[in-house]
Design a protein around this ligand. Structure first.
Ligand code: ADP
Length: 331
């Protein structure tokens, strides 16, 4: 069976055609909204690149499933409405995901499946996912922790036999997850991907008071942009958001950025080991986690108090989306 995996973003669309676990064709359509007018035209391009192959099902990465989706689902009109409803929680991502879904529905007459970044984390309990603010904001506005990178955390978790595991997805975006017997105990990203670890350009955790202080001299829009795009490794180093440029850099602020990155990963691992009451395995994945022995060592050397195994497991979100798509349409 040939399964097409689509990751439709606002300005680019990545695709991979799988036959079982083998990739037949892959590519990226860039500059949507500029050179390529819209997602429909982008999907038509994908269609023409795949014309030698059959497409038996399409699996779509959807960023935000809110509380509506705890697993992958076949896309029908109800699902489309729910993804649209959750756009208010992911205004940059869900509309782009939906545009890809709609274009594919027109072009490929086969089952379409939505695989949600948030679904795996729906196993979290209320005590972990609620923010301690008045309850009505959860009831009325669904303000809570959702968590992201769910397909990556679940995929690497499934590759090991241990049950109490901390998965560290350390890439440009970074998040960490405590998992006990397949159930998420806690995860570092929140209502949005801004919470948690220090990232390439995102701040991760900070006192919300910082925002109030800064709002006296900056607009909220500017603060949002600063926290998402100008902070993290880039903000501290002033040099780069890319760990490769920083990890052996002699510059004081580059060194500080790398130390802060490690400090925060070590802190989360300690907290999650406590929640799990002991950890059997810690998995590193994502661009930094998979490729950088230096960063892994700097983190691991602070964790000798834990009796745990360490693994490096390359994540493969597209393959996992293809597998989930297959399982969703066959069971
Ligand atoms: P994304 O979150 O965009 O999916 P990736 O998981 O692909 O990101 O990670 C990309 C990041 O991984 C790069 O920005 C870079 O910081 C980091 N990276 C990749 N290779 C290495 C390496 N050898 N050493 C340190 N960092 C690396």
């Amino acid at each position: 069976m040939n399964i097409l995996v689509i990751n439709s973003g606002s300005s680019s669309l990545k695709f991979k055609l799988f036959k079982d676990d083998k990739v037949l064709v892959k590519g990226i359509i860039e500059r949507i909204g500029k050179t390529v007018p819209n997602h429909e035209k982008a999907i038509e391009k994908v269609g023409s690149l795949l014309k030698k192959h059959s497409v038996d099902a399409v699996g779509h990465r959807v960023v935000h499933g809110g509380e509506d989706f705890t697993k992958s689902v076949i896309i029908d009109n109800t699902v489309i409405k729910a993804i649209k409803k959750n756009s208010k929680l992911a205004p940059l991502h869900n509309p782009a995901n939906l545009a890809g879904i709609k274009a594919c529905k027109k072009l490929f007459k086969c089952p379409q499946v939505a695989v949600f970044d948030t679904a795996f984390h729906q196993t979290m309990e209320k005590k972990a996912f609620l923010y301690p603010i008045p309850y009505k904001y959860y009831q009325d506005n669904k303000i809570r922790k959702y968590g992201f990178h769910g397909t990556s955390h679940e995929y690497v978790y499934n590759q090991v036999k241990e049950k109490k595991v901390i998965t560290c997805h350390l890439g440009n975006g970074a998040s960490i997850c405590a998992i006990d017997n397949g159930k998420v105990i806690d995860t570092s990203m929140g209502l949005t991907p801004l919470e948690g670890l220090m990232m390439g350009t995102r701040s991760g955790d900070l006192d919300p008071g910082v925002i109030f202080q800064l709002s006296k001299k900056m607009s909220l829009n500017k603060i949002e942009k600063m926290l998402n795009n100008e902070s993290g490794l880039l903000g501290i180093s002033g040099i780069s958001s890319d760990m490769r440029d920083l990890k052996h850099n002699k510059n004081e602020r580059a060194k500080l950025a790398v130390e802060m990155f490690h400090h925060r990963v070590i802190k989360y691992i300690g907290a999650y080991a406590a929640l799990l009451k002991g950890v059997e395995a810690i998995i590193f994945t994502g661009g930094i986690g998979e490729n950088s022995e230096y960063n892994r060592k700097e983190i691991i050397k602070n964790l000798s108090y834990l009796k745990t195994k360490f693994y490096v497991i390359p994540t493969d979100e597209e393959k996992f989306i293809a597998q989930k798509t297959y399982l969703t349409i066959t069971t």
